[in-house]
Design a protein around this ligand. Structure first.
Ligand code: GRF
Length: 188
């Protein structure tokens, strides 16, 4: 089974997923793709000896460069691990039900384009939500609206800040994202 990962930032989820599947002969991480040449994810891939490629807007939206790369790699699953750009429709159409995303909140609440990183946790805090969590879902043509695969929750306390909420959510991501990816891969 082959996975391709997309990331835009720190890539802590990418590193976690690489470690999780390292010992698994059935699953290989073919490469990591990022739209941000400054992303820390490149350092992580260099250290972990995983191929990593930078692409710009033109490659992603104005050419078939990334689509052709993905067709040649023919992954069983494309995993968005903190990837901030919208996936082009023709990429979705070429990989139906093969693109999964993780969102650091309980969709459909706190979803949508602007809702990423600390914005989500600030809104959750401002609304005094009793709980938050992660949503792992298939990617379709609308931001954060694909079929939900799994959700995991964590309760919030009065003393929580956006930072402590982010930490609680990251812990959920590290614990569950690789396991859910494995379930989707094995269920295919
Ligand atoms: C995670 O919080 C994930 O839920 C969201 O982007 C963040 C990525 O963090 N989609 P990292 O780059 O994996 O550290």
């Amino acid at each position: 089974k082959k996975i391709v990962l997309f990331a835009s930032g720190s890539g802590s989820n990418v590193e976690n997923i690489i470690h999780f599947f390292k010992g698994n002969p059935e699953v290989s991480i073919k490469c990591v793709l990022s739209n941000n040449k400054e992303a820390k994810v490149f350092e992580r891939c260099n250290r972990l000896e995983v191929s990593a490629l930078y692409f710009n807007r033109h490659s992603f939206y104005q050419s078939d460069c990334i689509l052709e790369l993905l067709k040649s790699l023919n992954p069983d699953l494309i995993v968005l691990a903190g990837f901030l750009w919208k996936i082009p429709d023709n990429l979705i159409q070429n990989f139906p039900d093969k693109i999964v995303n993780i969102h650091p909140a309980l969709l459909p609440k706190y979803g949508g384009k602007g809702m990423y990183g600390m914005h989500v946790h600030k809104s959750v805090k401002e609304n005094n939500e009793p709980e938050t969590g992660i949503t792992i879902h298939f990617v379709n043509e609308n931001y954060d609206e694909g079929a939900i695969i799994a959700q995991k929750k964590v309760t919030l306390e009065l003393g929580d800040t956006p930072e402590t909420i982010a930490e609680k959510v990251h812990q959920l991501e590290y614990e569950y994202f690789p396991k859910v990816i494995q379930q989707v891969l094995m269920g295919q």
